[in-house]
Design a protein around this ligand. Sequence first.
Ligand code: NDP
Length: 334
Amino acid sequence: FQKVVLSREITGVPVAQDFAIEAMARPEIAEGELLVKNAFLSLDPYIGSRLKGRHMSGPAPKIGELIPGLAVGEVLESRAAGFAPGDHVVGESGWRTHCVMDAAAAQKVDAAIQPLSLHLGVCGMPGLTAWASAHHLAKVREGDRVLVSSATGPVGGTVGQLARIKGATKVVGLAGSDTKCRTVEREYGFDLCINYKDADWTDQLAAALPDGITVYHDNVGGDVLDAALANLADYGRVILCGLISQYNLPEGERPAGPNPGVYILKRAQLSGLVVYDYMAEQADYAARAFEWIESGDLRYVEDRAEGLAATPELFAKLMHGDNVGKTVVALGNG
Ligand code: NDP
Protein backbone atom coordinates (compact mmCIF):
# COMPACT_ATOMS: atom_id res chain seq x y z
CA PHE A 1 0.00 0.00 0.00
CA GLN A 2 1.77 3.10 -1.27
CA LYS A 3 0.88 6.57 -2.56
CA VAL A 4 2.52 9.56 -4.25
CA VAL A 5 2.19 12.92 -2.51
CA LEU A 6 3.23 16.50 -3.28
CA SER A 7 6.56 17.16 -1.58
CA ARG A 8 6.94 20.90 -2.28
CA GLU A 9 5.28 23.80 -4.03
CA ILE A 10 5.52 23.54 -7.83
CA THR A 11 6.72 26.72 -9.46
CA GLY A 12 7.77 25.91 -13.05
CA VAL A 13 7.31 22.79 -15.16
CA PRO A 14 6.85 19.88 -12.70
CA VAL A 15 9.89 17.66 -12.05
CA ALA A 16 10.20 14.31 -10.26
CA GLN A 17 11.55 15.96 -7.06
CA ASP A 18 8.19 17.70 -6.58
CA PHE A 19 6.76 14.34 -5.49
CA ALA A 20 7.45 11.73 -2.78
CA ILE A 21 6.40 8.10 -2.34
CA GLU A 22 4.89 7.22 1.03
CA ALA A 23 3.53 4.06 2.63
CA MET A 24 -0.14 4.11 3.51
CA ALA A 25 -2.42 1.97 5.67
CA ARG A 26 -4.92 -0.41 4.06
CA PRO A 27 -7.96 1.87 3.62
CA GLU A 28 -11.26 1.08 5.35
CA ILE A 29 -14.38 1.52 3.24
CA ALA A 30 -17.73 2.99 4.29
CA GLU A 31 -21.24 2.39 2.92
CA GLY A 32 -21.38 3.28 -0.80
CA GLU A 33 -17.63 2.80 -1.31
CA LEU A 34 -15.28 0.34 -2.99
CA LEU A 35 -11.76 -0.81 -2.17
CA VAL A 36 -9.90 -1.01 -5.47
CA LYS A 37 -6.51 -2.51 -6.27
CA ASN A 38 -5.18 -0.39 -9.12
CA ALA A 39 -3.78 -2.00 -12.25
CA PHE A 40 -2.82 1.17 -14.16
CA LEU A 41 -2.59 4.87 -13.30
CA SER A 42 -3.35 7.47 -15.95
CA LEU A 43 -0.98 10.41 -16.29
CA ASP A 44 -2.65 13.25 -18.20
CA PRO A 45 -1.71 16.80 -19.16
CA TYR A 46 -4.59 18.29 -17.11
CA ILE A 47 -2.94 17.07 -13.89
CA GLY A 48 -0.23 19.70 -14.54
CA SER A 49 -2.90 22.42 -14.47
CA ARG A 50 -4.65 20.83 -11.50
CA LEU A 51 -1.42 20.90 -9.47
CA LYS A 52 -1.41 24.66 -9.97
CA GLY A 53 -5.09 25.05 -9.09
CA ARG A 54 -6.01 25.91 -12.67
CA HIS A 55 -8.29 23.01 -13.65
CA MET A 56 -12.06 22.56 -13.46
CA SER A 57 -11.70 19.04 -11.99
CA GLY A 58 -10.82 20.38 -8.53
CA PRO A 59 -8.38 22.25 -6.29
CA ALA A 60 -4.62 21.73 -6.18
CA PRO A 61 -3.36 19.28 -3.55
CA LYS A 62 -1.47 20.82 -0.64
CA ILE A 63 2.05 19.73 0.35
CA GLY A 64 1.85 16.18 1.75
CA GLU A 65 -1.45 15.41 0.00
CA LEU A 66 -2.20 12.72 -2.58
CA ILE A 67 -1.77 13.59 -6.29
CA PRO A 68 -5.11 13.25 -8.13
CA GLY A 69 -5.66 11.16 -11.25
CA LEU A 70 -7.72 8.43 -12.87
CA ALA A 71 -6.92 4.74 -12.50
CA VAL A 72 -8.31 1.39 -13.60
CA GLY A 73 -8.33 -1.52 -11.19
CA GLU A 74 -10.09 -4.47 -9.64
CA VAL A 75 -12.65 -4.23 -6.86
CA LEU A 76 -11.38 -6.08 -3.75
CA GLU A 77 -14.26 -5.14 -1.44
CA SER A 78 -17.61 -3.53 -2.11
CA ARG A 79 -20.15 -1.88 0.16
CA ALA A 80 -22.18 -0.59 -2.79
CA ALA A 81 -25.07 -2.16 -4.69
CA GLY A 82 -24.16 -3.17 -8.23
CA PHE A 83 -20.45 -3.73 -7.54
CA ALA A 84 -18.81 -6.99 -6.49
CA PRO A 85 -15.25 -8.15 -5.86
CA GLY A 86 -13.63 -9.00 -9.20
CA ASP A 87 -15.38 -6.18 -11.09
CA HIS A 88 -13.13 -3.75 -12.91
CA VAL A 89 -13.66 -0.01 -12.55
CA VAL A 90 -12.25 3.31 -13.74
CA GLY A 91 -12.44 6.27 -11.41
CA GLU A 92 -10.72 9.01 -9.50
CA SER A 93 -8.12 7.23 -7.40
CA GLY A 94 -5.08 9.43 -7.18
CA TRP A 95 -1.58 8.08 -7.60
CA ARG A 96 -1.64 5.06 -5.28
CA THR A 97 -1.58 1.30 -5.38
CA HIS A 98 -5.02 0.89 -3.76
CA CYS A 99 -7.85 3.34 -3.31
CA VAL A 100 -11.24 3.91 -1.79
CA MET A 101 -13.60 4.90 -4.59
CA ASP A 102 -17.03 6.42 -4.25
CA ALA A 103 -19.18 3.87 -6.12
CA ALA A 104 -21.44 6.64 -7.45
CA ALA A 105 -18.47 8.07 -9.35
CA ALA A 106 -16.91 4.72 -10.34
CA GLN A 107 -17.44 3.44 -13.83
CA LYS A 108 -17.64 -0.31 -14.32
CA VAL A 109 -15.64 -1.36 -17.40
CA ASP A 110 -15.56 -4.44 -19.60
CA ALA A 111 -12.51 -6.49 -18.54
CA ALA A 112 -12.56 -8.21 -21.93
CA ILE A 113 -11.12 -4.97 -23.30
CA GLN A 114 -7.42 -5.68 -22.81
CA PRO A 115 -4.91 -4.48 -21.90
CA LEU A 116 -6.80 -2.75 -19.11
CA SER A 117 -4.73 0.39 -19.78
CA LEU A 118 -6.91 0.92 -22.87
CA HIS A 119 -9.63 2.14 -20.48
CA LEU A 120 -7.38 5.08 -19.63
CA GLY A 121 -6.31 5.75 -23.21
CA VAL A 122 -7.87 5.20 -26.58
CA CYS A 123 -10.99 3.47 -25.15
CA GLY A 124 -11.16 5.80 -22.13
CA MET A 125 -11.31 9.53 -21.44
CA PRO A 126 -8.82 10.64 -24.14
CA GLY A 127 -10.51 8.42 -26.73
CA LEU A 128 -13.94 9.73 -25.77
CA THR A 129 -12.55 13.25 -26.15
CA ALA A 130 -11.46 12.38 -29.68
CA TRP A 131 -14.89 10.90 -30.42
CA ALA A 132 -16.63 14.04 -29.11
CA SER A 133 -14.43 16.10 -31.41
CA ALA A 134 -14.56 14.11 -34.65
CA HIS A 135 -18.14 12.81 -34.37
CA HIS A 136 -20.16 15.30 -32.34
CA LEU A 137 -18.52 18.67 -32.78
CA ALA A 138 -16.59 18.65 -36.07
CA LYS A 139 -18.97 16.10 -37.63
CA VAL A 140 -16.16 14.97 -39.92
CA ARG A 141 -17.46 13.81 -43.29
CA GLU A 142 -16.24 12.69 -46.66
CA GLY A 143 -13.99 15.24 -48.30
CA ASP A 144 -12.77 16.88 -45.08
CA ARG A 145 -9.16 17.99 -44.85
CA VAL A 146 -8.26 17.60 -41.19
CA LEU A 147 -5.36 18.99 -39.16
CA VAL A 148 -4.61 17.76 -35.62
CA SER A 149 -2.00 19.11 -33.16
CA SER A 150 -0.21 16.97 -30.52
CA ALA A 151 -0.90 14.20 -32.99
CA THR A 152 1.17 11.54 -31.19
CA GLY A 153 -0.92 11.75 -28.02
CA PRO A 154 -3.97 9.61 -27.28
CA VAL A 155 -6.39 12.45 -28.06
CA GLY A 156 -4.74 13.75 -31.23
CA GLY A 157 -3.76 10.34 -32.60
CA THR A 158 -7.30 9.09 -32.13
CA VAL A 159 -8.95 12.21 -33.60
CA GLY A 160 -7.00 11.71 -36.84
CA GLN A 161 -7.86 8.01 -37.08
CA LEU A 162 -11.55 8.61 -36.32
CA ALA A 163 -11.56 11.34 -38.97
CA ARG A 164 -10.21 8.80 -41.45
CA ILE A 165 -12.87 6.24 -40.41
CA LYS A 166 -15.50 8.93 -40.98
CA GLY A 167 -14.29 9.60 -44.52
CA ALA A 168 -11.84 12.50 -44.33
CA THR A 169 -9.88 12.89 -47.56
CA LYS A 170 -6.68 14.10 -45.97
CA VAL A 171 -5.43 13.85 -42.39
CA VAL A 172 -2.35 15.84 -41.36
CA GLY A 173 -0.74 15.87 -37.92
CA LEU A 174 1.60 18.24 -36.08
CA ALA A 175 4.14 16.92 -33.57
CA GLY A 176 7.30 18.07 -31.86
CA SER A 177 9.97 15.74 -33.26
CA ASP A 178 10.76 13.70 -36.36
CA THR A 179 10.47 10.50 -34.33
CA LYS A 180 6.98 11.47 -33.16
CA CYS A 181 6.03 12.35 -36.75
CA ARG A 182 7.12 8.89 -37.91
CA THR A 183 4.87 7.32 -35.25
CA VAL A 184 1.94 9.44 -36.44
CA GLU A 185 2.46 8.45 -40.07
CA ARG A 186 3.44 4.79 -39.63
CA GLU A 187 1.41 3.71 -36.60
CA TYR A 188 -1.65 5.93 -36.90
CA GLY A 189 -1.65 6.11 -40.72
CA PHE A 190 -1.97 9.91 -41.07
CA ASP A 191 -1.14 11.08 -44.61
CA LEU A 192 1.55 13.34 -43.25
CA CYS A 193 2.92 14.70 -39.99
CA ILE A 194 4.84 17.98 -39.80
CA ASN A 195 7.43 18.71 -37.12
CA TYR A 196 6.35 22.13 -35.84
CA LYS A 197 9.89 22.74 -34.58
CA ASP A 198 11.23 22.87 -38.18
CA ALA A 199 12.05 26.45 -39.16
CA ASP A 200 9.86 26.25 -42.26
CA TRP A 201 6.96 24.31 -40.73
CA THR A 202 4.30 26.85 -41.65
CA ASP A 203 5.42 26.64 -45.31
CA GLN A 204 5.18 22.84 -45.05
CA LEU A 205 1.68 23.22 -43.63
CA ALA A 206 0.51 25.52 -46.42
CA ALA A 207 1.99 23.15 -49.02
CA ALA A 208 0.37 20.08 -47.41
CA LEU A 209 -3.13 21.59 -47.40
CA PRO A 210 -3.18 24.02 -50.34
CA ASP A 211 -6.99 24.11 -50.48
CA GLY A 212 -7.21 24.91 -46.77
CA ILE A 213 -8.06 23.02 -43.60
CA THR A 214 -11.76 22.21 -43.21
CA VAL A 215 -11.42 20.80 -39.65
CA TYR A 216 -8.76 21.77 -37.12
CA HIS A 217 -8.58 19.95 -33.77
CA ASP A 218 -6.43 22.07 -31.44
CA ASN A 219 -4.68 20.58 -28.42
CA VAL A 220 -2.09 23.29 -27.87
CA GLY A 221 -3.18 26.92 -28.46
CA GLY A 222 -0.63 29.71 -28.98
CA ASP A 223 1.39 30.03 -32.20
CA VAL A 224 0.31 26.61 -33.52
CA LEU A 225 -3.36 27.63 -33.32
CA ASP A 226 -2.50 30.89 -35.07
CA ALA A 227 -0.80 29.07 -37.95
CA ALA A 228 -3.63 26.57 -38.30
CA LEU A 229 -6.19 29.40 -38.47
CA ALA A 230 -4.16 31.17 -41.14
CA ASN A 231 -4.56 28.03 -43.28
CA LEU A 232 -8.23 27.43 -42.51
CA ALA A 233 -10.63 27.06 -45.43
CA ASP A 234 -13.68 29.33 -45.47
CA TYR A 235 -16.39 27.92 -43.18
CA GLY A 236 -13.75 25.79 -41.47
CA ARG A 237 -14.67 24.12 -38.17
CA VAL A 238 -12.26 24.52 -35.27
CA ILE A 239 -12.42 22.37 -32.14
CA LEU A 240 -10.68 23.94 -29.17
CA CYS A 241 -9.70 21.03 -26.93
CA GLY A 242 -6.48 21.87 -25.08
CA LEU A 243 -3.95 24.60 -24.39
CA ILE A 244 -0.95 22.50 -23.51
CA SER A 245 1.56 25.11 -24.72
CA GLN A 246 0.27 27.36 -21.93
CA TYR A 247 -0.35 25.01 -18.98
CA ASN A 248 3.04 25.64 -17.41
CA LEU A 249 3.39 29.37 -18.10
CA PRO A 250 4.03 31.41 -14.94
CA GLU A 251 0.92 32.87 -13.29
CA GLY A 252 -0.26 36.01 -15.05
CA GLU A 253 1.96 35.64 -18.12
CA ARG A 254 -0.08 36.55 -21.17
CA PRO A 255 0.25 33.95 -23.92
CA ALA A 256 0.42 34.81 -27.59
CA GLY A 257 -3.13 34.38 -28.80
CA PRO A 258 -4.87 34.22 -32.15
CA ASN A 259 -6.18 37.39 -33.71
CA PRO A 260 -9.97 37.05 -33.45
CA GLY A 261 -10.32 38.82 -36.80
CA VAL A 262 -9.35 35.61 -38.54
CA TYR A 263 -12.51 33.87 -37.29
CA ILE A 264 -14.57 36.51 -39.05
CA LEU A 265 -12.57 36.46 -42.24
CA LYS A 266 -12.82 32.67 -42.50
CA ARG A 267 -16.49 32.52 -41.34
CA ALA A 268 -15.10 29.90 -38.95
CA GLN A 269 -17.14 27.80 -36.55
CA LEU A 270 -15.45 27.27 -33.20
CA SER A 271 -16.46 24.71 -30.61
CA GLY A 272 -15.06 24.37 -27.14
CA LEU A 273 -14.84 20.73 -26.00
CA VAL A 274 -15.31 19.46 -22.44
CA VAL A 275 -15.17 15.66 -22.33
CA TYR A 276 -17.24 15.52 -19.11
CA ASP A 277 -20.30 16.39 -21.24
CA TYR A 278 -20.00 13.03 -23.02
CA MET A 279 -19.42 10.62 -20.11
CA ALA A 280 -22.79 8.90 -20.65
CA GLU A 281 -21.40 7.59 -23.94
CA GLN A 282 -18.20 6.18 -22.45
CA ALA A 283 -19.17 2.49 -22.38
CA ASP A 284 -20.66 2.50 -25.89
CA TYR A 285 -17.69 4.38 -27.23
CA ALA A 286 -15.23 1.96 -25.55
CA ALA A 287 -16.94 -1.05 -27.14
CA ARG A 288 -16.86 0.57 -30.58
CA ALA A 289 -13.23 1.69 -30.22
CA PHE A 290 -12.20 -1.82 -29.19
CA GLU A 291 -13.85 -3.24 -32.33
CA TRP A 292 -11.82 -0.79 -34.40
CA ILE A 293 -8.66 -1.80 -32.52
CA GLU A 294 -9.37 -5.47 -33.24
CA SER A 295 -10.11 -4.78 -36.91
CA GLY A 296 -6.89 -2.76 -37.21
CA ASP A 297 -8.67 0.54 -37.99
CA LEU A 298 -7.56 2.16 -34.73
CA ARG A 299 -4.04 1.91 -33.40
CA TYR A 300 -2.47 3.20 -30.22
CA VAL A 301 0.93 3.73 -28.67
CA GLU A 302 1.67 3.76 -24.93
CA ASP A 303 4.48 5.35 -22.95
CA ARG A 304 4.55 2.98 -19.98
CA ALA A 305 6.54 2.75 -16.77
CA GLU A 306 6.41 -0.08 -14.24
CA GLY A 307 5.71 0.43 -10.54
CA LEU A 308 4.41 3.34 -8.46
CA ALA A 309 7.95 4.60 -7.77
CA ALA A 310 8.37 5.36 -11.50
CA THR A 311 5.36 7.72 -11.53
CA PRO A 312 7.11 11.05 -10.75
CA GLU A 313 9.75 10.59 -13.49
CA LEU A 314 7.14 9.55 -16.05
CA PHE A 315 4.95 12.53 -15.18
CA ALA A 316 7.92 14.90 -15.56
CA LYS A 317 8.54 13.35 -18.99
CA LEU A 318 4.92 14.09 -19.97
CA MET A 319 5.13 17.64 -18.62
CA HIS A 320 8.28 18.28 -20.67
CA GLY A 321 6.57 17.02 -23.83
CA ASP A 322 8.85 13.97 -24.17
CA ASN A 323 6.14 11.30 -23.97
CA VAL A 324 5.16 9.36 -27.07
CA GLY A 325 1.56 8.18 -26.81
CA LYS A 326 -0.66 7.54 -23.80
CA THR A 327 1.27 7.83 -20.54
CA VAL A 328 0.41 5.07 -18.03
CA VAL A 329 1.99 3.47 -14.98
CA ALA A 330 1.58 -0.31 -14.74
CA LEU A 331 1.25 -1.52 -11.14
CA GLY A 332 1.65 -5.20 -11.93
CA ASN A 333 -2.00 -6.19 -11.42
CA GLY A 334 -3.34 -6.04 -14.94
P1 NDP B 1 -0.53 14.35 -25.18
O1 NDP B 1 0.32 13.14 -25.05
O2 NDP B 1 -0.90 14.81 -26.55
O3 NDP B 1 0.15 15.57 -24.42
C1 NDP B 1 1.52 15.72 -24.28
C2 NDP B 1 2.11 16.31 -25.56
O4 NDP B 1 1.75 17.69 -25.69
C3 NDP B 1 3.60 16.33 -25.58
O5 NDP B 1 4.18 15.08 -25.89
C4 NDP B 1 3.89 17.39 -26.62
O6 NDP B 1 3.85 16.80 -27.92
C5 NDP B 1 2.67 18.32 -26.55
N1 NDP B 1 3.05 19.68 -26.13
C6 NDP B 1 2.87 20.80 -26.87
N2 NDP B 1 3.32 21.87 -26.24
C7 NDP B 1 3.81 21.45 -25.05
C8 NDP B 1 4.44 22.10 -23.94
N3 NDP B 1 4.67 23.42 -23.90
N4 NDP B 1 4.81 21.34 -22.89
C9 NDP B 1 4.59 20.01 -22.88
N5 NDP B 1 4.00 19.34 -23.92
C10 NDP B 1 3.63 20.05 -24.98
O7 NDP B 1 -1.83 14.20 -24.25
P2 NDP B 1 -3.38 13.94 -24.51
O8 NDP B 1 -3.58 13.35 -25.85
O9 NDP B 1 -3.87 13.23 -23.31
O10 NDP B 1 -4.03 15.40 -24.46
C11 NDP B 1 -3.95 16.30 -25.56
C12 NDP B 1 -4.64 17.62 -25.19
O11 NDP B 1 -6.02 17.41 -25.01
C13 NDP B 1 -4.13 18.27 -23.91
O12 NDP B 1 -4.05 19.66 -24.11
C14 NDP B 1 -5.22 17.95 -22.92
O13 NDP B 1 -5.26 18.84 -21.85
C15 NDP B 1 -6.44 18.05 -23.82
N6 NDP B 1 -7.64 17.36 -23.32
C16 NDP B 1 -8.80 18.09 -23.26
C17 NDP B 1 -9.97 17.51 -22.87
C18 NDP B 1 -11.24 18.33 -22.86
O14 NDP B 1 -12.25 17.88 -22.32
N7 NDP B 1 -11.21 19.50 -23.46
C19 NDP B 1 -10.02 16.11 -22.40
C20 NDP B 1 -8.75 15.41 -22.56
C21 NDP B 1 -7.60 16.04 -22.98
P3 NDP B 1 4.60 17.51 -29.17
O15 NDP B 1 6.06 17.25 -28.94
O16 NDP B 1 4.04 16.83 -30.33
O17 NDP B 1 4.26 18.97 -29.06
